[in-house]
Write a protein of this length. Structure first.
Length: 201
């Protein structure tokens, strides 16, 4: 309702400006004057954008922190996990059969084989890879690679959320020199959203 009121107010203001403008630029046609027998009037119109187009808000976390991770004492898988939640806050005017696809990739990734990376803040040669695991405990990298990443989740309405897990294998640190490998690591996830046909997924 508030949106309609704002739009109506704007339209009224526009009409007032138009009326004032017409008064300022009025032309008088005078048949007694050869040069003023004819005149031109410019006719204008503004076509509003489709007010029924999809309008949505997706919320992603600013930061996800694995916290302090330790070097394993023995070789073998030693996983650290951290939840990551993405939510659909608003989903207005979704067409029938449409949904909001949320894709994700590492900011450095250009193709499906490029991993999710954490790079040492000082020693750029030191990097750790991690995965995003879905609710079936499968890496999303086993799914389809799209132009803007892997599918994190598909939302069909507001007030929906999806929680996946970031999984880092600490075995990457096994037998590493911590005077070099120890320290702060940082990576960046790039999220992308688009409207899709749910039945096509």
């Amino acid at each position: 309702m508030m949106k309609k009121k704002v739009v109506a107010g704007f339209m009224a203001a526009t009409m007032m400006v138009s009326v004032m403008s017409t008064g300022v630029f009025a032309k008088d046609l005078d048949p007694s004057s050869e040069t003023q027998r004819t005149g031109d009037t410019t006719v204008t119109a503004t076509v509003e954008e489709n007010l029924n187009k999809a309008d949505y808000i997706i919320s992603i976390p600013e930061t996800v922190d694995f916290g302090k991770i330790q070097q394993p004492e023995t070789e073998g898988n030693a996983y650290s996990y951290k939840d990551i939640t993405v939510s659909c806050i608003k989903a207005d005017n979704l067409g029938a059969g449409n949904g909001i696809a949320v894709l994700v990739k590492d900011v450095t990734a250009a193709e499906s084989s490029d991993p999710f990376l954490l790079t040492h803040n000082t020693h750029s040669d030191c990097a750790l890879t991690y995965e995003i695991m879905n609710n079936n405990d499968e890496s999303i990298q086993n799914g389809t690679w799209y132009a803007n990443g892997f599918l994190f989740n598909l939302f069909t309405g507001a007030d929906q959320s999806a929680t996946d897990k970031l999984r880092l294998n600490r075995n990457q640190l096994y037998n590493k020199d911590l005077s070099v490998w120890g320290g702060q690591y940082t990576g960046t996830l790039n999220f992308y959203t688009k409207i899709v046909d749910v039945h096509a997924q």
